[in-house]
Design a protein around this ligand. Structure first.
Ligand SMILES: Nc1ncnc2c1ncn2[C@@H]1O[C@H](COP(=O)(O)OP(=O)(O)OP(=O)(O)O)[C@@H](O)[C@H]1O
Ligand SMILES: [Mg+2]
Length: 310
């Protein structure tokens, strides 16, 4: 099976409980009105949303042999994502997060890094990658076996095979930041990064300076995600800053991962950067109105209708 996009990196089961404004005493039980599982993880969500927009996507990553792994693979398959490149690690838990959401929307996380930490460059199937239009990495800090020099080699090889390359960044709780992605940058066509993370990775403040910094290492396009302030894109001869759609926010988890899929979908269709950014902005705005990151996008038609109306 040939695909347009191969997305490599994290997939993660997000178990969310809400609203939780008080924790039970140790050893006691509380009832919660909502307890849900959603597919998270920046590479898995990007592959899934790309597929829901009508593109052909594959995901490469590692999950455990546990129920979370069954769920993640099932969710991606149901969305039409090719998961042939996923390995299940015996005796290892899948990456998973318990998200405790307060009444006012603040989120507290308990994260298990799990099987994704065992993902290495040898797991990237170049039979699959070399026939694709693009290879996407999501992303630094959550794929320790790829970060640094290995992902640089992977991206260089993809480029040499004529494949477009992109990355979405992730918050680095360990504080390493730039060394995780510096070897990839010269071999990337598109960098996508959320503003707060991007400030840490680059040491720059404004979206313009951040994008210029990333692009100075080689990528032609930089997309800076601005949360409730929208999106900024910078290319060789143009830049665009779009305000966010005004919507009722339910859960922002995964909106960035989903919006990357929107941008990549447009880019691989040959759209201009402004239209790619508009689709990414629309996908993000639709995603924040629902729990989870991967389930809000139903079709390209509905997303374009929302985009044109907004
Ligand atoms: N409050 C909001 N209202 C409308 N649109 C939003 C809102 N928050 C996010 N978006 C849209 O979603 C896009 C991505 O969100 P954000 O900037 O939070 O990415 P992110 O930090 O990478 O998210 P995550 O890593 O949690 O998936 C934004 O660029 C914007 O288009
Ligand atoms: Mg993000």
């Amino acid at each position: 099976m040939t695909v347009d996009l191969v997305s490599v990196g994290l997939t993660c089961a997000d178990v969310g409980a809400r609203p939780i404004d008080e924790y039970p005493e140790a050893g006691k039980l509380s009832l919660v009105p909502h307890l849900e599982i959603h597919m998270g993880g920046l590479a898995g969500v990007t592959a899934t949303v790309f597929s829901q927009l009508g593109g052909k996507a594959a995901f490469i990553g590692k999950v455990g042999t546990d129920g979370f792994g069954d769920y993640l693979l099932g969710a991606m398959r149901a969305a039409g994502v090719n998961v042939d490149g996923v390995q299940r690690v015996p005796g290892e838990g899948s990456s998973a997060t318990i998200v405790l959401i307060s009444g006012d929307g603040e989120r507290t996380f308990l994260h298990h890094t799990g099987a994704t930490t065992q993902l290495t460059e040898d797991d990237v199937d170049f039979g699959l990658v070399s026939q694709a239009k693009a290879l996407h990495w999501g992303g630094p800090a959550v794929t320790p076996g790829l970060d640094g020099e290995p992902i640089g080699r992977v991206m260089r090889r993809a480029r040499e095979a004529g494949v477009k390359t992109s990355m979405d960044t992730c918050y680095d709780g360990s504080g390493v930041w730039f060394p995780r992605l510096e070897h990839a940058l010269p071999h990337l066509d598109i960098v996508m990064s959320s503003l707060e993370e991007a400030r840490e990775y680059t040491g720059k403040r404004t979206p313009e300076d951040i994008a210029s910094f990333y692009r100075s290492f080689g990528p032609e396009v930089a997309v800076i995600k601005l949360g409730g302030d929208g999106i900024y894109v910078q290319g060789a001869d143009e830049e665009h800053r779009l305000p966010a759609h005004r919507v009722k926010v339910v859960d922002t988890t995964g909106a960035g991962d989903a919006s990357c899929a929107g941008f990549l979908y447009g880019y691989l269709q040959g759209w201009d950067l402004l239209r790619c950014a508009r689709l990414a902005n629309a996908v993000g705005a639709l995603t924040v109105q629902n729990m989870g990151g991967a389930e809000a996008i139903v079709s390209l038609e509905e997303t374009l209708a929302f985009m044109e109306a907004g």
